[in-house]
Design a protein around this ligand. Structure first.
Ligand code: ADP
Length: 629
């Protein structure tokens, strides 16, 4: 027997162990789920190797759980792939598993309770230390001539390794010395069976307790739909995802042409990945004739449908297919395009049958789903399925489809208008939308940067052009009546018009190159000015995104539109008429420009603006005191 060697855990492992050991997490039984799931993975690897190498396998693929009340131990044995000394050191001792790394990070940041996190992510092998004083792993790799290795640790700071002389069959055995206070819970066969049924019922290999198989071992997705109850689906879903809640929706299909496959897919109730961290956590499990080929395959569904969880099983792929070639496989592409159609079709059905239910889906997964604007092949279906908040909804939760928008358009309206803003309140005040508000023309409200990419990609819907309200051709809106008779400002006289032109030229002089043009506006009613993009195409928000991407921090040069009917502008006209060089004109010009920049989110240095406001307030309060005393 070789000498024992001692090794320190990597820092991140010690950190995780510390969190787990000291957690008050009461649902400690999940350690068994984790060990069984590791055993199952190890068995899948053997099966995959055996099938792809066409080898014969004599040893039955199974997991055994045994316990000893008197000794206070539980032992989990599998006949899986085992580990060599190097693999052991690499796999158990460092953190390989992304879920675990993420859990540790989130737990240390304290953003979410540990309980929620442990339940949601698989915590892997280390979870055993929630129940163990000491753990011994005895493992023999399936590689020819591999030596069995013994690994021991009390889960504090270090572990010991030792090579064994006597050979043993392929596989891994985990001996757990249970903590005294909870030993009785996990040395009771009936209780262990209950735990296995609850968390590991759908493991693809027999799990034996006391010589008896306790799990059902059925490929649920291959059974006829009518034989499966909602409870069975929910149970399978929870097994697959660790979600504590039932799925929002279940989609179980069987396809024979153009390629044969069964799929069982679920839509979770909640977005369990609100920070968008879990790209790796997406994908459907791919089986070929019930043999697991790849967990969370990334090619079956595009990323925007990444909220879907489930399995796909096909007869048509060869069992010995390598994971590397899956991506280029033509059958895989056929399966994928059929799956996408099924998922989108199912969503269309939900949307049609029950708008409220669809809204629930949208609020949970809409943000990810929107990335589907890049799926040009399914553009039509996608455009039926996107939803937006809109000026005519009651609050920021209200949703509308393009079709619903169109049904509400005014006669002769041939465009769908949208505007982007930080909030419903901000959009409600935006100068760009004044003319729309005045005429009661509905505007879709966008709050996420991606929404504009969606609009840019779609361009039209059912014969209606999708147009940014900021760039709408105002003359097209002339045909629509104002909702209320407004107190129209008095028409400008010819003389005043000439003065206006001159004053606008003066404002341009004052502002110099910071604006490309200063012109009278058609669209403003309540605001004195607004900024518009000179090319009349890129919206301000899109412009901002591009600037962030190109790290451009300069202030963009825009057109300053001035509202000739606004009281302030009329006063400026009177002042300008009396004295073209009155300093008030310059002050007002700078101020209006900077306020517009501020509204658009471009003003980086507010000093001048604040100073001017204080100066004006001081003066006006002086006049106020004088006139009212
Ligand atoms: P995860 O299983 O999520 O990768 P774990 O910490 O549970 O994370 O396990 C780390 C690695 O150790 C596994 O990926 C696997 O390679 C190896 N491993 C764990 N248990 C076994 C086992 N019973 N047989 C073979 N390998 C195992």
């Amino acid at each position: 027997m070789s000498k024992k060697t001692t090794h320190k855990f990597k820092a991140e492992v010690s950190q995780l162990l510390d969190i787990l050991v000291h957690s008050l997490y009461t649902n400690k039984e999940v350690f068994l789920r984790e060990l069984v799931s590791n055993a199952s993975d190890a068995l899948e690897k053997v099966r995959f190797q055996a099938t792809s190498e066409d080898g014969k396998d004599e040893i039955p693929l199974q997991i055994t759980i045994a316990s000893d009340k008197d000794a206070g131990t539980i032992t989990i044995t599998d006949t899986g792939i085992g580990m060599t000394r190097d693999e052991l050191m690499k796999n158990i001792g460092t953190i390989a598993h992304s879920g675990t790394a993420e859990l540790t990070r989130m737990a240390t940041e304290g953003k979410e309770s540990l309980d929620a996190l442990i339940g949601r992510f698989g915590v892997g092998f280390y979870s055993v230390y929630m129940v163990a004083d000491e753990v011994t792993v005895t493992t023999r790799s399936a590689e020819a001539n591999a030596k069995p290795i013994l690994w021991t640790s009390d889960g504090k700071t270090e572990y010991k390794l030792q090579e064994l002389d006597e050979d043993m069959p392929r596989g891994t055995r985990i001996d757990v010395k249970l903590k005294e206070d909870i030993a009785s819970q996990f040395t009771n066969d009936a209780h262990l069976k209950m735990i296995v049924n609850k968390h590991s019922n759908f493991i693809n290999f027999p799990i034996l307790i006391g010589g008896e198989q306790v799990n059902t071992v059925s490929a649920l997705w291959r059974e006829p739909k009518f034989q499966i109850s909602a409870e069975q689906y929910a149970e399978f879903y929870k097994f697959l995802t660790y979600d504590a809640e039932d799925p929002f929706d279940t989609l179980h299909t069987s396809v024979d042409a153009p390629v044969q496959f069964n799929a069982l897919m679920f839509t979770p109730k909640n977005d369990n990945d609100p920070f968008g961290m879990g790209r790796e956590n997406r994908g459907l499990d791919l089986y070929v004739r019930r043999v697991l080929i790849e967990k969370q395959n990334k090619d079956l569904l595009p990323e925007y449908l990444g909220f879907m969880k489930g399995v796909v099983d096909t007869e048509d792929l060869p069992l010995n297919i390598s994971r590397e070639t899956l991506q280029d496989n033509i059958l895989m592409r056929k399966i994928s395009s059929t799956l996408v159609k099924q998922v989108l079709g199912n969503l269309e059905k939900i949307a049609k049958d029950n708008a409220e239910r669809y809204a629930e889906f949208w609020h949970a997964h809409g943000n990810l789903f929107k990335a589907g604007y890049m799926d040009f092949l399914n553009k039509d279906k996608f455009s039926h399925l996107v939803r937006f908040n809109t000026s005519s909804s009651e609050d920021s939760k209200g949703l509308t489809s393009f079709a619903e928008y169109i049904a509400r358009t005014q006669e002769d309206q041939k465009e769908i208008y949208y505007a982007y803003g930080p909030s419903r309140e901000a959009l409600g005040l935006s100068p760009h939308l004044e003319v729309f508000r005045k005429k009661g023309i509905e505007v879709l409200y966008l709050y996420e940067a991606i929404d504009e990419f969606v609009m840019d990609a779609l361009r039209d819907y059912d014969g209606y052009t999708i147009v940014s309200a900021e760039h709408a051709d105002v003359s097209k809106l002339d045909v629509f009546e104002a909702l209320e008779k407004e107190d129209k400002a008095e028409q400008l006289s010819e003389d005043q018009k000439t003065t206006l032109d001159k004053m606008l030229a003066r404002i341009k002089d004052v502002l110099g190159d910071s604006v490309s043009e200063v012109k009278a506006s058609q669209r403003l009613s309540d605001s004195p000015v607004c900024l518009a993009n000179p090319d009349g195409h890129t919206t301000s928000s899109m412009d901002k995104i591009m600037r962030v991407m190109s790290k451009d921090t300069s202030i963009p040069t825009k057109v300053l539109e001035v509202n000739p009917d606004h009281a302030l502008v009329r006063n400026m006209l009177t002042i300008y008429k009396k004295d073209e060089n009155d300093p008030f004109i310059e002050q007002a010009a700078r101020h209006l420009f900077e306020s517009a920049l501020l509204l658009e989110g471009y003003l980086t240095d507010p000093h001048a603006l604040v100073g001017r406001v204080q100066d004006l307030l001081t003066k006006s309060s002086g006049w106020y005191v004088e006139t009212t005393k």
